[in-house]
Structure formats: C-alpha cells, structure tokens
Design a protein around this ligand. Structure first.
Ligand SMILES: [Zn+2]
Length: 221
C-alpha cells in the first residue's frame, strides 16, 4: 500500500485564524479548520483536508487510547480528522461512506518526549475551561508524525455519537513519545466553564467495540 503523507497545500486559506479550544464533550484541544493541511496516500482515494485535531487520554498513564494493539493500551491517542473535498463541506462528507479519514497516532509515555508536542501543550493554560479559545497560527500538523509511517487501516465509525460509519481509520504503528508531565497537563483541562464547579476532563476515550465483519489491513506485512 502507498505511504501515507501529511502535507500543507494552498487551498486558498479559507480559515485565516486557527485556534486551539476546549469543548466539554469528548474531545478537547482542537484546531479548527486547518484548511491548508491535507492527508494523502495510504488507502485514501485522493487528497483529504484536515478539519481539526484532538486528543483522547485517560486518568492515568496506563490507559487512554481508543485503539488497543495486541492488548496494549497507550496513554493517549491523537486524532487528525480529515474530509473528502469531493463533497461540498465537512457535514456533507460525514454522511458519505468515503467522506472522512481519521489519522490516529498513539501517545506513549517515555523519557525523551517529542519536542513538537510542546507547542500544543503550551497553549493549554489558555484554554483550561470549556469554551475558551486561543490563537494557534502557522502550525504544521505533519511535525507530529512519528518517523515510521507504517499503519493499520479499516473502515469504521466515529468514536463519538452518533458514530456514523463513514470513517477510513489510519492508525500509525509507531507511537510518539510524551512525558508523564505532558499527560498530566492534558488532564489539567476541565469539562466545566470557568465559573462552574471543577470537573477534570479525563477518560475521554470510547471503549473498544466488536470488530464484526471489519477487515483490518496493515501497510507493513
Ligand atoms: Zn477522536
């Protein structure tokens, strides 16, 4: 299978002001409409545009990822959500079986954290509570990729309700390394708005689901 690549392309800068923001549902720290970043290759039929990225994590370092590989749970999982520009917009694409591609990267706690994670985590203090946002210009999401682009892929659903079956999942085999402090920083986010009682935002992952008839294939076997 073809190598999967993230790139920045000129789409005409539909979104001039990317932000990081906090929402209370499941996902969190996201970038809205990074319209110049795209994903191509791998199982994808063409170029997909990045819509946002967000993280899932647990209440401690030993769980938090949404995918489990041979029984291994990682501390967290980064999702980059892309849509197929052959449809008129993201909401339309979400209703199509080939409308959305999510690239997933595992976060593994280790000694030498990936420096590129720093920029996102630095902004977290500005978005501690629900509804806050902060500017986040000139961010190239491809810097978060691990060295190896080996992946597993399957066709499945969103992990948040209503879990439409429209997602081509691409899960990179090699995790990126984060520090325990960085994971703690993610856990310092709150579900509540600024003046409400504090509810830490933790365990925003969905339990694994039965595979049913889904075929999982690998790029590296
Ligand atoms: Zn997600």
């Amino acid at each position: 299978m073809a190598r999967v690549e993230a790139q920045s392309e000129s789409w005409g800068l539909l979104e001039k002001h990317p932000v990081v923001f906090s929402d209370r549902k499941t996902a969190i720290t996201a970038l809205k409409l990074l319209s110049i970043a795209v994903l191509r290759g791998g199982p994808l039929p063409g170029v997909f545009r990045l819509r946002q990225l967000h993280f899932h994590w647990g209440s401690s370092d030993d769980h938090g990822s949404e995918h489990v590989v041979n029984g291994v749970r990682y501390a967290g999982e980064l999702h980059m959500l892309h849509w197929n520009p052959k449809y008129s917009n993201y909401l339309d694409a979400r209703r199509r079986t080939d409308g959305v591609a999510v690239l997933a990267i595992f976060l593994q706690v280790g000694e030498t954290p990936k420096p590129e994670m720093k920029r996102i985590l630095e902004e977290i203090n500005a978005i501690k509570t629900k509804g806050k946002e902060a500017p986040f210009p000139n961010f190239d999401p491809s810097i978060l990729f691990p060295k190896s682009h080996d992946y597993w892929t399957y066709h499945g659903s969103f992990t948040t309700p209503p879990c439409e079956e429209c997602v081509t999942w691409i899960i990179l085999r090699e995790p990126i390394i984060v520090s325990s402090d960085q994971m703690a920083k993610l856990r310092s986010l709150s579900k509540n708005a600024e003046n409400e009682p504090d509810h830490p935002l933790v365990d925003n992952w969905r339990p694994t689901q039965p595979r049913y008839f889904r075929m999982v294939s690998a790029s590296f076997l």
